[in-house]
Design a protein around this ligand. Structure first.
Ligand SMILES: N[C@@H](CCC(=O)N[C@@H](CSS)C(=O)NCC(=O)O)C(=O)O
Length: 237
């Protein structure tokens, strides 16, 4: 169940099948956006403005390879909004987070859990042990690929088993992407049904090392932009 007093929206960007999440304290109006996409900033900004929210943070769960983040553009629209990345990401941001730190908005806090493996700088954000935003570490019945950007199947396995599967069974898990039309899962479901992460470690590593997926279509445009938290109007900064 979602915590009381929380405003929550899940948005989808269809070119990269990316989920963006908006969370706000209904009372104080302070808000956080997770994994915004450049092409859908206008849609997301409109809702933030209509609801009169105060956007504090635009968090990227990692340096994305498949789409350009909207965090730079959101900083133009909402002065005062800070871009956020893990301190292990190698990217540039206004605010860096480490394991165990919190991002506070109103009466809520997102706990940062480092979940490397898809990339070195991947984080999962946990709200009140009730909802977790897993980025590309854990996808519904799957997980992020580990064949570029310092990916490591062993590291990813450790991250999911120790940082995500240790959350309460009924904790809702919201992924960074879905390619099959699913929106949400739970820790209990993934511990039982995840087709990759229920395997023993050696089988998991073998599987991940032989996925043979094509590179994301936007990788050459996305990586350089995302290393500086996206495209931003620097003319008046
Ligand atoms: N076709 C998409 C990219 C699909 C892809 O590689 N997704 C990544 C996450 S974004 S880097 C992934 O980890 N997928 C895991 C999987 O099992 O599919 C595009 O061209 O953008």
């Amino acid at each position: 169940m979602h915590p009381q007093g929380l405003l929550f929206r899940q948005f989808f960007e269809k070119e990269s099948s990316t989920y963006t999440y908006l969370l706000a304290d209904k009372k104080t109006k302070e808000a956080v956006i997770i994994d915004p996409v450049l092409e859908t900033v206008e849609r997301d900004s409109r809702l933030i403005q209509q609801l009169q929210l105060k956007l504090l943070y635009a968090v990227n769960t990692h340096v994305h390879a498949d789409h350009v983040t909207g965090s730079g553009r959101l900083k133009d629209v909402f002065p005062g909004c800070k871009s956020v990345l893990s301190d292990a990401s190698g990217g540039k941001a206004d605010h860096y987070v480490d394991d165990g730190e919190e991002l506070r908005f109103g009466n809520f806090a997102l706990e940062v859990r480092k979940t490397p493996g898809h990339t070195n700088g991947c984080i999962t954000l946990v709200l009140s042990n009730a909802m977790a935003f897993t980025g590309d570490a854990l996808l519904i019945r799957g997980c992020g690929r580990t064949d570029f950007q310092q990916g490591s199947a062993d590291t990813l396995y450790y991250s999911v088993q120790n940082k995500i599967f240790t959350l309460p069974d009924d904790c809702l898990l919201y992924p960074g992407h879905d390619y099959t039309g699913q929106t949400v899962t739970t820790v209990e479901e993934e511990k039982k049904l995840n087709s990759r992460l229920t395997k023993p470690l050696p089988e998991f590593v073998e599987l991940m090392n032989n996925l043979n997926l094509p590179y994301p279509k936007q990788i050459d445009r996305a990586l350089p932009a995302n290393l500086i938290c996206g495209i931003q109007d620097t003319s008046n900064k």
